[in-house]
Design a protein around this ligand. Structure first.
Ligand SMILES: [Fe+2]
Ligand SMILES: [Fe+2]
Length: 215
């Protein structure tokens, strides 16, 4: 393995500690393994993708709110892998080509996740990579699951229906944590506001003010 690739692999996102949603200061070091990966993912726009898919309903602000939701869900769900859930948040909609009906964007995201791992961006063993791959691939199917990590991923995304003014159907939530009234209320407020927690935006190297734009 070359030196540059070895360094990337040694400092990949799963080794980075996640900030608390409440502890963000808006300050961020110039470059971290997490921000480098975010840049890699956000710069890899699918051929033919519309601008809206990249900054609108499924862009960085949505993905940050999915991460925020996932942090709360994984903290309350035994056996859930918070780092895999963060990667899901970042990657799951990254291969969309439109904000509308976009069949197989989950499959494309799953392929992208495996590609990132092969390039040395993700420090995941085979079982964790398979969790990420499966969570991405099937997230658009509307299913529920007994797997705690995949359940947190899908629920975190489903709680983001709030940005459309839609309450999630409890029957389509996989985790007990997602049924918590406090979690639901906060996810609703976040989605309706279309904003992202500044501390989480900073952790991904993104400007929260820029993210406040809807399109
Ligand atoms: Fe999606
Ligand atoms: Fe999503």
């Amino acid at each position: 393995m070359g030196e540059a690739r070895r360094r990337r692999a040694a400092a990949a996102l799963p080794g980075a500690s996640a900030p608390s949603p409440a502890s963000g200061t808006g300050q961020e070091a110039s470059a971290t393994p997490r921000t480098a990966l975010v840049r890699r993912v956000l710069s890899a726009w699918p051929r033919g993708a519309s601008r809206r898919a990249l900054g609108g309903l499924h862009g960085p602000a949505h993905r940050l709110r999915v991460w925020h939701n996932a942090m709360l869900l994984t903290a309350a769900t035994p056996g859930a892998d918070a780092e895999v859930a963060e990667l899901f948040a970042l990657i799951h909609d990254s291969r969309r080509v439109s904000d509308g009906d976009d069949p197989e964007h989950g499959t494309r995201a799953a392929i992208f996740a495996v590609q990132l791992a092969a390039e040395g961006w993700l420090r995941l063993d085979i079982s964790r990579l398979e969790l990420l791959r499966a969570a991405c691939e099937q997230h658009e199917m509307g299913d529920i699951t007994a797997d705690p990590t995949i359940g947190c991923c899908w629920d975190a995304d489903r709680l983001e229906l709030s940005r459309l003014g839609v309450r999630p159907n409890p029957a389509l939530l996989s985790t007990n944590a997602a049924l918590n009234e406090g979690v639901l209320a906060l996810a609703w407020e976040r989605g309706m506001s279309w904003t992202a927690e500044p501390g989480l935006a900073a952790a991904w190297g993104l400007d929260p003010k820029a993210l406040a734009r809807r399109w």
